[in-house]
Ligand binder design. Structure first.
Ligand SMILES: Nc1ncnc2c1ncn2[C@@H]1O[C@H](COP(=O)(O)OP(=O)(O)O)[C@@H](O)[C@H]1O
Ligand SMILES: [Mg+2]
Length: 244
């Protein structure tokens, strides 16, 4: 199967701290790849390097056969890389619809040129995530779960071919989590390749074709969900070493 994304030897340092160290990973076209790891493992930093929010100190990143290293985030968005942010910062003075329209205007292939069509695309994506009734509201009036939904709708409005999801289920209840899992399955059925970071294990196990684990910035394990979650190194990363 063809790889849509190939990261090799990615490293990111913040002053003395190595947040991501020599990580290589491939994402196949049409696949959902899960990324797990304890807080501070480097998951968000890795996503930041893939979409261009952060430039790596070393390593290369090939998207659909071409290196995107050094390209700014907006150019990578034009190429088809969309993402959500773990810390949601919607444009506060703007409506939910306007916020999602920004995704459509700055998305794949330079985005939708017509404001009318961008709004239409945004409206569709908002309805898809269950925000259809809130489009006229100001984005800063939304509660936490609805902000998460808006993040997803804005990213989908970009019409990405690769979607990076950074903890879109954090703070959602069980019913909401089930809904988002179903939404993400439908997104994949449209042919979009997805990297999903999630602490909600139910989501990782029901969505991921493969999973990899970051711990202290390094990839420690990669494989099927079953293999990875049973791996003693993963258990130790989450629970600590058993005392003897
Ligand atoms: N902009 C930054 N400046 C300095 N340190 C950072 C910055 N971003 C992240 N870090 C540090 O890098 C490490 C990895 O963080 P992060 O990628 O956010 O982890 P995760 O998403 O897995 O919780 C943490 O120790 C974090 O404090
Ligand atoms: Mg994070």
């Amino acid at each position: 199967m063809e790889n849509i994304l190939e990261a090799s030897g990615l490293t990111k340092r913040f002053h003395g701290l190595v947040a991501v160290h020599d990580v290589s990973v491939q994402l196949r076209r049409g696949e959902i790849l899960g990324l797990i790891g304890p807080n501070g493992a480097g998951k968000t930093t890795l996503v930041d390097m893939v979409n261009g929010t952060l430039e790596p100190n070393a390593g290369d990143l090939v998207f659909e056969g071409r290196s995107v290293r050094g390209l700014p985030a907006y150019r990578r968005a034009h190429l088809g890389i969309g993402r959500t942010f773990q810390i949601m910062k919607p444009f506060p003075g703007m409506s939910v619809l306007e916020n999602a329209s920004i995704g459509a205007l700055f998305g794949t292939n330079g985005g939708e040129r017509s404001i009318g069509r961008a709004r239409e695309q945004a409206r569709e994506c908002l309805a898809f995530v269950g925000l259809g009734r809130r489009i006229a509201q100001r984005a800063d009036a939304l509660g936490g779960p609805d902000r998460k939904r808006l993040e997803l709708a804005r990213a989908l409005a970009m019409r990405p071919r690769l979607l990076l999801l950074d903890e879109v289920m954090a703070g959602l209840n069980h019913v909401e989590i089930e809904e988002v899992i179903e939404d993400i399955k439908k997104v994949r059925d449209q042919g979009i390749s997805i990297l999903v970071i999630e602490h909600v294990m139910k989501a990782i196990t029901s969505l991921s074709d493969r999973v990899f684990v970051l711990h202290h910035g390094e990839k420690i394990v990669e494989g099927s969900c079953g293999e990875v979650l049973r791996d003693p190194r993963v258990v130790e990363a989450y629970l600590g070493r058993r005392r003897r």
